[in-house]
Structures are given as structure tokens and as C-alpha cells.
Design a binder for this molecule. Structure first.
Ligand code: PLP
Length: 453
């Protein structure tokens, strides 16, 4: 374990030493609190924080949640002692430079030859920014995304006043290319949003084909790979890698969004938007009397929708990538373990009578359900399994999540069940902690046993 009890004091000491070079001063009495008061309040906080699920435990295989890497915590906490603001170079020269470096590393990961981009407070804001630039560059045109795209795309289309078009998905949860082609042929679509790693199923839209179709109709392509983006490090078609073709095509698109706070080991508050044509910077022009740009260098605030942003988020990502770089041997090893865990679980499901795999996983998200003859029974058994798996001693608990599907989704995937309801909950597990891999056989065995009770 990287021990934060050992490392955090080193960060605090180094920042104190730097601050002292400006001369020591007394904290204002209004800010002084007693050790007793702070200690008691901290006790209340840590007690309240026990009301949580153990997101970092290998048996937490539910939603996309996990604590950041200790290096990210160390980088964040150390920089936060200064609290730089990456809006302007004057607000945080060091962390603004770190932000440019990590953004360049991600652009290289995606094969961009040139780029303009920055960190954001989330994937939602990063996508909003990409869709806003899409509207500015293709005014009056619609934005198409798959029916399984993140729900915020339709919401953000409302925000920017653009009509959004949802394209149905196929049996793999990928955008239906025939329908997309028809919509593009109508001439009303200005931008196509492809998702690499849908939030629900981890499905990869067929990006090379989408780029081809969009280009032939003069449309722009945005890739939302908020969840799946870092899998491009292992997109090599190997046994514990993921498909190469969709990832290779990212280098041909106009913009891409990836969330370091999902698979980049970061705390929340870290998304990224990248544009392959730096000249989109012209759409951001603004003038404000209170932000001060004291040099001709690129100020991140000049190319960002948001104003204040944590410089600490850039420091956290920068420090993390110093020790776990965007390579096969760095972050790639984390993703491969997740991928192996998901594939192993899927294999066990495929040979299980008690459980049925919903579809083949393309990343590290798997979907499955207790084997039953009717939708209503699948729904009830999934809900029961969700509760039963966590209803035991904490050292044994398995934490799961459910996912709602329609009858047509089951039929499309060849599941022969009686459609006695409109929707059913099934199970959805995100295997995003490398430690989970070793626990998969035991997790599967327990869930299979519980689901037949
Ligand atoms: C998580 C996610 C988003 C939203 O990102 P936030 O960081 O949660 O705002 C958008 N798109 C996809 C594909 C996602 O997985």
C-alpha cells in the first residue's frame, strides 16, 4: 500500500517550507479553532462518512465508483494548500503548466497530431463544451447520438438550443449505422456523437464507420469516451485488451471527452475536452475586466466555458501520471486486470445455469441476470439478488447495481423470455478495480448460489 500517513506530511512540510520563504506570519485570531473543537467535529464527520458503500473494496462491483490512487490524493492535497485557480496563468502558473502537460499526454494517447484542450470539472461539462463548439461550427444543424448515449447529451442539447436526435442501438448496444445513414442523408445533422464505452453497457460505437458516414455528409464527429477513453492504452485486440479499430479512429475526429475521474484514478472534479483543430479557440473569445491576463501565453481560461477550476486537480493528475504513465506498463496494467476480471466473469456466466449473460462485454462492464422464464421474474430475482448479496457480514458483502432493460432489448439479444412486463431490472457490474480480478470466481459462485434460492 502507498501509505498516505507517511506521504501527506511530506507534502504539507514542503509547502510550508516554501511559504516560509516569504516570511512567517500569525494566523488571524478569527480563523483559529481549538484542537478540541476540530477533533470533535472530525469525529462527527468520520462517523457520518461510515454511511457509505465500500467503493474501494474488490467486492464492490456495482456502479463506476472507486477512491482515487494515493498519488492523486497526495498531489491534490499538496497543491490545494496553495489552492491555485487554473482559470488564468496568474491564478496558478505551475498547475496551469501541469494541466497543459497532462492534456498533451492524453492528446498523444488518442493520436491527435495537434490539439486544443483543457481539464473540466466533469464529463458533462466537457461534453457541453464540445457540443457548444459543434453548434458554433455547424449552426442550425442537429446533433445525433445513440439512444444509449449518456443522458446528458439530450439535456445539453436543450441547454444550447439544438435539436438532438437519438439513433437506436443494435444487439451489441451500438449505434445503428443504417438509421444514422438515413438521418445524415436528410442533411439536417451537423454533428454525430459517438460513444466509446456507453455508461450502461460499456458498448463501443463503430467509430471508423461513423467517421466515414459523417464525413461523406459533411458532419462533425464528437467522441464521448468519458468512461472508456483510457482503454485506448490496451486497444490491441489481445486476449486481455480491447478492440483496436474504434480507438484507432479517434485520431480522425473533431473532439473527444475523457474523464480522468473515472478510469484515470482521480478524485471527482476531473474531466477533459480535446479538439483536434486548435482554431476552434476563436469561438471562446471573451472580454472581462476582472480576469487579468498578464502574458501572451495561452491562458486556459481563454479556452474554457468554466471560469474557476481547481489547479489541484491538474496537480493530482500530473503526479499520478508521473508514476503511472499513459502507457501499457503504467495505467495499461490497471485496465488489463479490470478487463480480465470482466472477461473471466462473463465466461463463468456463459457456462452457468443459474445466471445468464445479457451480452458480451466490450470493456469492463458486465450485465447478467438470474435465469428465469419471464421478465417479471427476472426483475424480481435481480432485485432480490441485489439485496441478498449485501445482506450479511461486512467481510462477505458483495455490492451490486441494477440496470433496466426493455423486452425488445432482451429479444434483440436472443434471450427467450416471456415478455410479461415493459421493463425488467437486470444486474450490471463495473469491474473497475484491478483487485477484483482475483475475487471474481468467488463472487460469481456466491451470486449463482443466491440467485437459485
Ligand atoms: C460518466 C459519463 C458522462 C458524464 O460524465 P460526468 O463526469 O459524470 O459528468 C458522460 N458520458 C459518458 C459516456 C459517461 O460514462
Amino acid at each position: 500500500m502507498t501509505d498516505l500517513q507517511q506521504w501527506l506530511p511530506k507534502g504539507v512540510a514542503a509547502i510550508s517550507a516554501w511559504q516560509d520563504t516569504y516570511g512567517a506570519f500569525e494566523q488571524h485570531p478569527s480563523l483559529v479553532v481549538s484542537d478540541d473543537a476540530l477533533g470533535a467535529a472530525l469525529d462527527r464527520l468520520t462517523e457520518r462518512l461510515r454511511d457509505n458503500y465500500p467503493f474501494g473494496n474488490p467486492r464492490y462491483v456495482g456502479q463506476m465508483l472507486k477512491p482515487p490512487h494515493p498519488a492523486a490524493v497526495l498531489g491534490y492535497a499538496t497543491a490545494m494548500l496553495i489552492n491555485p485557480n487554473n482559470h488564468a496563468l496568474d491564478g496558478g502558473p505551475a498547475t496551469a503548466q501541469m494541466e497543459k502537460e497532462v492534456v498533451a499526454q492524453m492528446a498523444t494517447m488518442f493520436g491527435f497530431k495537434q490539439h486544443l484542450g483543457h481539464l473540466t470539472s466533469s464529463g458533462t461539462i466537457a461534453n457541453l463544451e464540445a457540443l457548444w463548439i459543434a453548434r458554433e461550427s455547424h449552426p442550425g444543424k442537429q446533433i445525433a447520438y445513440s439512444a444509449d448515449a449518456h443522458y446528458t447529451h439530450s439535456r445539453m442539447c436543450q441547454v444550447i438550443g439544438v435539436a438532438g436526435v437519438a439513433i437506436p442501438t443494435d444487439a451489441m448496444g451500438r449505434m445503428d449505422l443504417q438509421v444514422l445513414d438515413q438521418e445524415l442523408a436528410s442533411g439536417t445533422i451537423g454533428t454525430v456523437v459517438a460513444t466509446l464505452g456507453t455508461t450502461g453497457l460499456g458498448a463501443l460505437d463503430a467509430l471508423p464507420q461513423i467517421v466515414g458516414l459523417a464525413r461523406s455528409h459533411g458532419a462533425r464527429v464528437h467522441v464521448d469516451t468519458a468512461y472508456g477513453g483510457f482503454f485506448s492504452l490496451i486497444a490491441d485486440d489481445t486476449a486481455d485488451g480491447v478492440a483496436s479499430a474504434p480507438y484507432a479512429a479517434i485520431s480522425d475526429v473533431d473532439s473527444v471527452v475523457v474523464d480522468p475521474h473515472k478510469h484515470g484514478l482521480q478524485p471527482y472534479g476531473c474531466g477533459t475536452v480535446l479538439f483536434s483543430d486548435p482554431s476552434v479557440g476563436r469561438f471562446y473569445v471573451h472580454d472581462s475586466p476582472y480576469t487579468y491576463f498578464s502574458s501572451d501565453d495561452l491562458h486556459l481560461g481563454e479556452i474554457s466555458l468554466e471560469c474557476s477550476r481547481a489547479g489541484a486537480a491538474a496537480a493530482a493528475l500530473w503526479l499520478t501520471l508521473e508514476v503511472l504513465p499513459l502507457t501499457q506498463a503504467g495505467l495499461g496494467q490497471v485496465l488489463r486486470a479490470n478487463r480480465r476480471g470482466a472477461l473471466e466473469w462473463h465466461r463463468l456466466l456463459e457456462s452457468s445455469g443459474a445466471m445468464t449473460a445479457y451480452q458480451m462485454p466490450e470493456l469492463d462492464i458486465i450485465t447478467y441476470f438470474p435465469t428465469r422464464g419471464r421478465m417479471s421474474e427476472i426483475d424480481a430475482a435481480s432485485n432480490a439478488l441485489f439485496h441478498a448479496a449485501a445482506d450479511c457480514d461486512p467481510t462477505e458483502q458483495i455490492h451490486l447495481a441494477t440496470y433496466t432493460v426493455k423486452g425488445a432489448d432482451l429479444v434483440k439479444r436472443g434471450h427467450e423470455v416471456e415478455l410479461d412486463g415493459a421493463t425488467a431490472r437486470i444486474m450490471r457490474s463495473t469491474v473497475m478495480k484491478p483487485e477484483s480480478e482475483a475475487h471474481i470466481p468467488a463472487i460469481h459462485a456466491r451470486l449463482a448460489a443466491l440467485s437459485t434460492q
